[in-house]
Design a protein. Structure first.
Length: 160
């Protein structure tokens, strides 16, 4: 069976979902920074980034369904997601004042918390790992963990 026809195993599926979350944050950042649409950025990522090779480094293959759902839900639900994020942030630091990468991360995570059956603790752990990919010193990862915990408890209180 060729690699293209082979179905991914459970570990590969988890890796694809993790990559989709990372790509969703990158896509949301790009959409905000460049003023591009969901369709344009989504297509660009699916065509040119998922599994692409740059300077001998292979990009991970992302889960296209999760990727699309996250970016589309983050855009259509941006107002309630941003309001939920604002409630989780210190009053003097509304979402508009935080780093744009973190803003994209909170929007992608908020979309998954609101519209997914994925357990909130999994969503939090996954997006803390995404934060570590962008901010390796760890300080932001702790901040992301705290904000997402607050958001998860608001979005899915029955899970706690």
């Amino acid at each position: 069976m060729s690699d293209a026809a082979r179905k991914p195993n459970a570990s590969e599926k988890r890796q694809m979902k993790s990559a989709a979350r990372l790509y969703a944050v990158q896509a949301l950042f790009q959409m905000e920074a460049a003023g591009q649409t969901v369709d344009k950025v989504g297509s660009e990522f699916e065509t040119h980034r998922f599994g692409a090779i740059y300077d001998d480094d292979e990009m991970a293959e992302g889960d296209p369904k999760l990727f699309r759902r996250l970016i589309e839900d983050a855009v259509t639900g941006q107002v309630p997601i941003d309001q939920m994020t604002d409630r989780a942030l210190v009053a003097k630091w509304p979402i508009g004042r935080i780093d744009p990468v973190l803003r994209a991360l909170f929007r992608a995570a908020g979309a998954e918390l609101i519209s997914s059956a994925t357990p909130p603790k999994v969503v939090i752990n996954e997006f803390v790992e995404v934060a570590r990919a962008f901010f390796p010193d760890g300080k932001e990862a702790k901040f992301v963990n705290a904000v997402l915990d607050h958001m998860a408890r608001e979005a899915r209180p029955e899970a706690f």
